[in-house]
Design a protein around this ligand. Structure first.
Ligand SMILES: Nc1nc2c(ncn2[C@@H]2O[C@H](COP(=O)(O)OP(=O)(O)OP(=O)(O)O)[C@@H](O)[C@H]2O)c(=O)[nH]1
Ligand SMILES: [Mg+2]
Length: 418
């Protein structure tokens, strides 16, 4: 099976909670706070590998979660960090958020993309000891993470795309210039998904992608359609393979025009890609067939004559591929890297309401509420102080908050007293 797009869920590890413990021994009844911090949650990291050539593994496994951080313990023991999860993806994988925004384009072996950072561990109560609060009996819970949906889309990475009608010998060509072993047979649509092969030409590796056959109407979905044309979007050169022996009775030059028209209809970029025309099956063609084609083509495009079956003309073709490629600059890789959680502004909050009832919400509140235990007087005071310090109360006053009004925050109700 060949899978080139999948939706998966990823989640970083949550941070462990800090401990609220106190030093005690046989002589000390009430020692100082010694609660250790919680461990950090693991990160979610994607990594490029050439051991995979498509996304089929994600068809069976779509949920990825990094390890949670362990809770802190007494005696100032920090909890262990959660393990990162490292997700290998084939080269050419684009990682997008659920709105389709590109987050990262994996194009190199071992290229890493940090998609989600693990949640920070909560502070143990040692952090909360101040001159005026010597025995803090609260600690912070770790940052709880959420699952994110991301989409993976594969656009094969290849220097050269091999295109043409079905049964013209595209896979045969790939099989004789590389070690790839695509299925070859004397019927149309033998190839159902792109095959990638590497050919060494004068010490340089050229990556070829053999694309399933195209026919008239492909750009409207006829045959295997254009699903696979996206896999030649990144190639810099196209080998347009023609069955010059016309073994299936079609006119080779008409084939050539039809395919170009389908490319044009699909995307102007494909039409503008440099092409080398490959007249295949010359072992079975007449000199007249070759001449007729070349006359119609004129001099506008380079033409090579080969027999993939008999291995004729291959070296000349490969030399031309190398030479042409070296004249076309490599497209600059798309470098966009957004850590998903950085999308959230942790200081942001909104105030709403009026007539004695107000609400506060937003990431600032979500983050703050995680770190406090509201039933605990001390913790509750700390919470209220943070609201003042962060300007939440001032904002509420701006929209009319006065003494005795109710403020609703994350499902809790508070009565405001000046
Ligand atoms: N006589 C001759 N036959 C060839 C040559 N190259 C390929 N063939 C034959 O043409 C048939 C089709 O070859 P494939 O390589 O499967 O063709 P394809 O273009 O990949 O076809 P699809 O995958 O269906 O698009 C097979 O029977 C091959 O043996 C050639 O140079 N000469
Ligand atoms: Mg094929």
């Amino acid at each position: 099976m060949f899978v080139d797009s999948v939706n998966i869920t990823i989640q970083a590890g949550s941070g462990g909670a800090g401990a609220a413990t106190f030093y005690r021994d046989t002589l000390t009844m009430f020692g100082g706070p010694n609660g250790g911090d919680g461990g950090r949650g693991g990160d979610v990291i994607f990594i490029g590998t050439n051991n995979l050539d498509n996304l089929v593994d994600f068809h069976y496994n779509q949920k990825f979660k990094a390890g949670d951080g362990a809770n802190g313990q007494g005696g100032n023991k920090t909890g262990a960090d959660g393990a990162d999860i490292i997700i290998p993806v084939p080269l050419g994988t684009k990682i997008m958020d659920e709105d389709g925004k590109l987050l990262c384009d994996i194009t190199k072996i071992d290229q890493k993309y940090l998609a989600l950072k693990g949640g920070a561990g909560g502070f143990g109560n040692t952090h909360f000891a101040t001159a005026s609060r010597q025995t803090p009996n609260f600690s912070k819970t770790g940052v709880k993470t959420q699952p994110y949906h991301v989409r993976l889309e594969l656009n094969c990475i290849a220097d050269i795309g091999i295109i043409g009608y079905p049964n013209v010998g595209k896979s045969t060509l790939l099989s004789v210039i590389s070690r790839a072993r695509p299925k070859i047979a004397n019927y149309q649509f033998t190839t159902l998904y792109p095959n990638i092969g590497v050919s060494q030409v004068h010490g340089q590796n050229l990556l070829f992608a053999d694309i399933p056959g195209l026919i008239e109407g492909a750009s409207d979905g006829v045959g295997l359609g254009i699903d696979f044309l996206k896999h030649i979007a990144r190639t810099r050169l196209l080998l347009h393979v023609i069955d010059i022996a016309a073994m299936e009775g079609r006119d080779p030059y008409h084939d050539y025009e039809v395919i170009n028209q389908e490319l044009r209809k699909y995307h102007a970029d494909l039409e503008n890609k440099k092409q080398i025309v490959v007249l295949n099956k010359i072992d079975s063609a007449t000199p007249e067939q070759i001449k007729a084609f070349k006359t119609k083509l004129g001099r506008k495009v380079p033409v090579y004559e080969i027999s993939a079956l008999n291995h004729t003309g291959l070296q000349e073709l490969l030399d031309a591929c190398l030479q042409t490629l070296n004249t076309i600059p490599k497209p600059a890789p798309l470098i966009v890297e957004t850590v998903l959680e950085q999308k959230i502004d942790k200081n942001q909050f909104t105030v709403t309401g009026g007539n004695g009832e107000y609400q506060v919400a937003g990431p600032f509140i979500d983050n703050l509420i995680r770190g406090v235990v509201l039933d605990d007087t001390e913790s509750n005071r700390y919470f209220q102080r943070r609201l003042v310090q962060h300007g939440v109360i001032a904002e509420l006053k701006n929209i009319g908050l006065t003494d005795g009004d109710t403020i609703q925050i994350a499902g809790h109700f508070f009565t405001y007293t000046e």
